[in-house]
Design a protein around this ligand. Structure first.
Ligand SMILES: C[S@@+](CC[C@H](N)C(=O)[O-])C[C@H]1O[C@@H](n2cnc3c(N)ncnc32)[C@H](O)[C@@H]1O
Length: 265
């Protein structure tokens, strides 16, 4: 990824994290992340969720963020400077070398990057102690909706879905987490879903949609789905906001699906 695209991707991850942090916290809590635990965060990117977990596990717990992208890890290290219970390690999933078994392994928005997620998770089971937890969080973009119909918002969601499909990614990967955990030999996964919304009283969730369309713009254009002029990145966020304000309606963001299971004794 070139520098411009890498920066754009960081902007998108930041916008996304701001909106999804409370939803992430709820799903991680449901999965049993609590003070004192040692946690591995796979595909940690710039470390936003890693830092969130560090706060959840507190000073008696630890978290190690794993990513193959050294530039992302540099940003993560800077963001986490001052936190004593966080470390980062460059590694390619599933080949991790850790000196202890953790209480939990978690990964947000990473499954869609793995060629065979079930096989990778099965290999990663040995990094978690028996009785520990494996939790995966990912989007389902296909169930976004608006009330009432909002043409631009729905068009943006459609561009994202088509661009993800064209690039070989599954826009409904969240729906697969349950079967991925089962295929990895974890027989009793549990599941929950959380959905940020945009309304006239809080439009901030629309930033994620706008940033995602802008990040996917090269793919959208190269597959002939829309032109830069049609999308008009400089005004996109304002037009999305106006649509919600003018209709007085609700724009539902992608679902964040959480699935978690216990590693057998
Ligand atoms: C969409 S980002 C998600 C970042 C972070 N988990 C979050 O929720 O903000 C996906 C990250 O997974 C990393 N990744 C993808 N495949 C990987 C692999 N096989 N090994 C290690 N990291 C990987 C990418 O480098 C990227 O930083």
């Amino acid at each position: 990824m070139g520098k411009g695209r890498a920066t754009q991707e960081r902007e998108r991850l930041r916008a996304q994290n701001l909106i999804y942090a409370p939803h992430t916290e709820m799903l991680l809590s449901l999965s049993g992340i609590k003070p004192g635990m040692s946690v591995i965060d796979i595909g940690c990117g710039i470390g936003d969720m890693t830092i969130q977990i560090a706060r959840m596990v507190g000073p008696t717990g630890t978290v190690v963020g794993i990513d193959m992208d050294s530039d992302a890890l540099d940003v993560a290290e800077r963001q986490a400077s001052g936190l004593r219970n966080v470390t980062f390690q460059q590694a390619r999933i599933p080949d991790l070398e850790l000196d202890h078994q953790a209480d939990a392994l978690v990964g947000r928005l990473v499954v869609m990057h793995l060629k065979d997620a079930a096989q990778d998770i099965e290999k990663l089971r040995s990094t978690v102690r028996p009785g520990g937890t494996i939790a995966l969080l990912d989007f389902n973009v296909q169930r976004c909706r608006t009330l009432p119909h909002m043409p631009l918002t729905n068009q943006c969601v459609d561009w994202c879905i088509r661009a993800l499909l064209a690039g070989g990614s599954n826009p409904a990967v969240g729906d697969q987490l349950y079967s991925i955990l089962r295929a990895a030999g974890l027989n009793t996964p549990r599941l929950a879903v959380s959905v940020p919304t945009a309304t006239a009283s809080d439009l901030s969730a629309l930033a994620v949609l706008a940033e995602t369309v802008i990040t996917l713009l090269p793919v959208i254009e190269s597959f002939g789905l829309a032109t830069r002029e049609e999308i008009d990145p400089n005004t996109l966020i304002h037009r999305l906001q106006n649509e919600v304000l003018e209709t007085g309606g609700i724009a539902f963001s992608p679902e964040l699906v959480g699935a978690w299971a216990t590693v057998p004794e």
